[in-house]
Design a binder for this molecule. Structure first.
Ligand code: SF4
Length: 164
C-alpha cells in the first residue's frame, strides 16, 4: 500500500487560490505522485470561502492570531477556518506526511508573515491549518514545497515515507 500524503491542492495544479490561479509543482505531481497516494487539501476552499475570494493575512490580536482580509480588515475568517481544521482530524490521522504551500495564511508551515494590528510585519509563523496539524499531530512530517527545491529535503521526505 502506498503511503498517504496530504498536499496543498494548489501545488497539484488545482485552480483554488484566492485569485483562481494554481501553483503546480513538477516534482510533487510527477515523482511523488508515482510513489505515494496524494490527498489534495485546500483549507480555504473547503471551509467555504470560494474561488475567487478576498485574500487574507494573519494578524496578531492580543495573544490570538486572526485571519483577516488584506484589503478588507473587517473581514475575519478565523472561525470558519478553525472549524474546518477541527473536522480534518480523522483525515490527518490517516496521513503520513503533509506537503504544504509556503507563505499561505492557511497552509504555510513557519514561513507565513504575521502582522500587527497596525499592519507591521512582526514575525513569521505557521498558517492556521498547518499550526493545527502540527499541534494536534506532532509526529506528522510537515514540509513546505519551497524546501523540496533541495534534493536533501526530497530524500528526507522519501525516507520518512519508507520509499528510500
Ligand atoms: S495555499 Fe492552501 S489554502 Fe491557499 S490555495 Fe493552496 S491549498 Fe488552498
Amino acid at each position: 500500500m502506498k503511503p498517504r500524503v496530504g498536499v496543498s491542492a494548489c501545488l497539484l495544479g488545482r485552480a483554488v487560490r484566492y485569485d483562481g490561479s494554481s501553483k503546480p509543482h513538477a516534482w510533487i505531481m510527477e515523482e511523488l505522485a508515482r510513489r505515494a497516494e496524494l490527498v489534495p487539501l485546500c483549507p480555504e476552499l473547503e471551509a467555504g470561502l470560494g474561488v475567487p475570494r478576498p485574500p487574507v493575512r494573519l494578524v496578531r490580536v492580543g495573544r490570538a492570531v486572526r485571519a483577516r482580509g488584506v484589503e478588507e480588515p473587517e473581514l475575519d475568517v478565523t472561525e470558519r477556518l478553525n472549524a474546518w481544521n477541527r473536522e480534518t482530524e480523522p483525515l490527518l490521522d490517516s496521513l503520513e506526511a503533509l506537503v504544504l504551500k509556503s507563505r499561505s495564511p492557511s497552509c504555510g508551515a513557519g514561513s507565513v508573515p504575521l502582522f500587527s494590528n497596525a499592519g507591521e510585519k512582526v514575525e513569521r509563523t505557521s498558517g492556521l491549518f498547518a499550526a493545527f496539524a502540527q499541534q494536534r499531530f506532532p509526529n506528522l512530517w510537515v514540509v513546505e514545497e519551497s524546501a523540496l527545491e533541495r534534493e536533501a529535503e526530497r530524500q528526507a521526505l522519501l525516507r520518512r515515507l519508507g520509499l528510500q
